[in-house]
Design a protein around this ligand. Structure first.
Ligand SMILES: Nc1nc2c(c(=O)[nH]1)N(C=O)[C@@H](CNc1ccc(C(=O)N[C@@H](CCC(=O)O)C(=O)O)cc1)CN2
Ligand SMILES: Nc1ncnc2c1ncn2[C@@H]1O[C@H](COP(=O)(O)OP(=O)(O)OP(=O)(O)O)[C@@H](O)[C@H]1O
Length: 194
């Protein structure tokens, strides 16, 4: 990746984050409904017992209405937690809805570390919040490299979750300038209307 592409990434990230934050409440509700339908359709009938989600922040599309559907009734949900030991890495802890979350250093809610964790490779589906994406499955995230490091691990594993990016259609780009460490996603699910 050339230095100018690095600048592009930063600039793109800023613009796309502003774009998703600018969506109004009505647009968001509609987008979440469409996402719910697309999620059901795209995941197909295969059972997903252990699904990592995220606690929507910074204008992100909330995946929760999608996961409240009947199809996900026995599904356990996990949230990313900034690893207190391995800096820059994520752990996935069980999200029990009756328990209060705790804000991490970015102000995003996390389960307490006492909640059960599941090894990332043993999840069935990993929902990844995207800042930008393109048709080839390349993604732009918040820039901390947290998901990058998680994804890099899967290359050496026989078992891994389905890697599913989540974004609004307005975050689609013709091409994400790719970084050498980028791992393409299996699937990107948006609020597309059909
Ligand atoms: N909902 C949600 N949870 C998530 C992520 C995410 O993208 N969405 N993450 C995905 O990685 C991890 C957190 N990563 C983050 C990386 C950067 C910033 C951020 O706001 N950066 C500031 C400057 C940060 C600072 O140094 O204080 C910024 O860009 O303005 C936030 C979260 C784990 N949890
Ligand atoms: N496998 C890895 N191991 C160590 N560091 C990594 C790895 N992958 C990426 N990084 C570092 O993480 C930083 C952020 O990467 P990048 O710009 O690709 O973020 P991003 O596309 O926004 O993704 P993310 O959602 O993971 O933050 C980079 O500076 C990079 O050096």
């Amino acid at each position: 990746m050339s230095p100018s592409e690095q600048v592009d990434r930063k600039q793109l990230r800023r613009e796309l984050r502003a774009r998703r934050r600018a969506l109004g409440a009505g647009e968001r509700r509609l987008a979440e409904r469409r996402f719910a339908r697309n999620l059901r359709r795209e995941l197909g009938p295969r059972r997903a017992r252990h699904v990592a989600v995220y606690h929507a922040a910074d204008g992100e599309l909330s995946p929760l209405p999608g996961l409240a559907q009947r199809r996900f009734q026995g599904t356990r949900l996990y949230l990313p937690v900034l690893d207190p030991v391995y800096r820059g890495r994520l752990r996935f802890h069980l999200w029990r809805r009756e328990k209060r979350l705790r804000a991490n250093r970015f102000g995003i809610g996390e389960p307490r570390c006492a909640e059960r964790a599941r090894a990332d490779w043993a999840l069935d589906v990993l929902l990844i919040p995207l800042v930008g994406f393109d048709d080839r499955g390349h993604r732009l995230g918040m820039g901390g490299g947290f998901y990058d490091r998680t994804l890099a691990n899967f290359a050496r594993r026989p078992r891994r979750p389905r890697l599913v990016g989540v974004a609004f259609e307005c975050q689609r780009l013709s091409r994400v300038p790719e970084a050498p460490w980028d791992q393409p996603l299996d699937l990107i699910i948006t609020d597309s209307r059909n």
